[in-house]
Design a protein around this ligand. Structure first.
Ligand code: ASP
Length: 365
């Protein structure tokens, strides 16, 4: 059972902004996952310029999609188990109540833009794999190599660290499990990059950007885009492109999105659940916490099993009240502890990172 203490802790941990009373009049506001500080800045500048909320969120997430150093989204994202980058993305436009999505698309740096084209130019909502790429090409996009040198190195390190006998510890293949051995195997790479690549191999990261926006007219849109789980089986689709899981927007109620282990989110239809919770009167923080409890309940609240993953939800109500919440309060890294955050830009300046509310406290390793 979720202990009362945890529940109380979570509520106490809610950022002040999320506890604020509903605003009387809608205002420009953008929220995103913690990697979206710049994304929220850009999206806010588009809202201030009077652009549509969907234009704003797509312009925002494009920053991450095109950033070779964001290895969880778009160009530079970590590849699948065959070394090929496969991306998932979806968009929802509140005013027209329309949605578009692409799954397992290869070779396109900005899948959010293709998801939007699916929404605007076709009679479908979701295109996957080869068909999604062909559609993107038809719409004038060039196929590109999405692997950077850094993500290619991480892939090779993963191959050699993860006991893949085709690549390491074979009769002829070089041994290569420890960071030290990696230094010998990749003499051209610096120590810091190799340490990062080793960490990515040992703990396959998830990562994504979800961005939700509200403007002064009360219009809302959202976008979620990702390279998904690193080293996944080719064709694996996470929650990010699934309308109702990675993203849901209802112009009458609000919007919600998710990052983290997609399999858990799909099982609770997280974004839709949160929007429905808000429709039935829950505050955004309560709506998010309820979705997290559903995830936890799927493992009978067994903290040992839940410890293997994390998941985050974000909610923005039509009146501007918002919340970010995580299954865990954060994670121990080295000697320190990194708490879970989400990004907000309320139009008063640069985006800020706020602490997520959380359901469980990570035990010390
Ligand atoms: N939700 C994404 C997926 O499962 C990954 C993530 O957000 O970390 O594909």
């Amino acid at each position: 059972m979720v202990s009362r203490r945890n529940w109380m802790t979570s509520v106490a941990a809610l950022p002040a902004a999320a506890q604020a009373q509903p605003a009387v009049k809608p205002k420009n506001i953008v929220i995103s996952s913690s990697n979206g500080v710049e994304c929220c800045n850009i999206a806010m500048s588009w809202l201030r310029a009077g652009k549509d909320t969907l234009d704003a969120v797509i312009a925002g997430v494009n920053v991450n999609e095109l950033d070779p150093n964001d290895n969880s989204v778009g160009y530079g994202g970590l590849p699948n188990e065959e070394g090929i980058v496969e991306l998932d993305a979806c968009v929802m436009h509140g005013p027209t109540r329309r949605a578009g999505s692409v799954a397992s698309i290869r070779g396109i740096k900005t899948p959010s833009k293709i998801a939007r084209l699916v929404m605007e130019e076709t009679d479908h909502i979701m295109l996957a794999g080869e068909g999604a790429l062909r559609f993107a090409k038809t719409m004038g996009y060039a196929e590109e190599n999405l692997l950077t040198e850094k993500s290619r190195l991480a892939f090779l390190v993963w191959k050699r660290t993860m006991k893949d006998s085709n690549w390491s510890d074979g009769v002829d293949a070089p041994p290569g499990k420890s960071p030290k051995a990696l230094l010998r195997l990749f003499p051209e790479a610096d120590e810091q990059t190799l340490a990062w690549a080793h960490e990515m191999a040992v703990r396959p990261p998830t990562g994504t950007i979800n961005c939700l926006a509200l403007n002064e007219k009360g219009e809302m849109s959202g976008c979620t885009t990702t390279s998904g789980l690193a080293w996944k089986i080719p064709g694996r689709v996470g929650d990010s492109p699934i309308i109702g899981a990675g993203l849901y927007v209802d112009q009458e109620v609000g919007a919600a999105g998710s990052t983290g282990r997609g399999e858990e989110n799909i099982r609770v239809a997280g974004a839709h659940t949160i929007v429905e919770n808000m429709r039935h009167g829950m505050s955004p923080p309560d709506a998010v916490m309820d979705a997290l409890k559903r995830v936890s309940r799927n493992y009978d609240n067994d903290l040992k099993r839940l410890d293997k993953f994390d998941i985050n939800f974000y909610a923005l109500r039509k009146d501007g009240v918002f919340a970010g919440g995580s299954l865990w309060n954060g994670q121990f890294r080295g000697a320190g502890f990194v708490s879970r955050k989400f990004a907000v830009n309320d139009g008063t300046g640069n985006s800020r990172l706020l602490d997520c509310a959380y359901l469980h406290e990570r035990p010390r390793p």
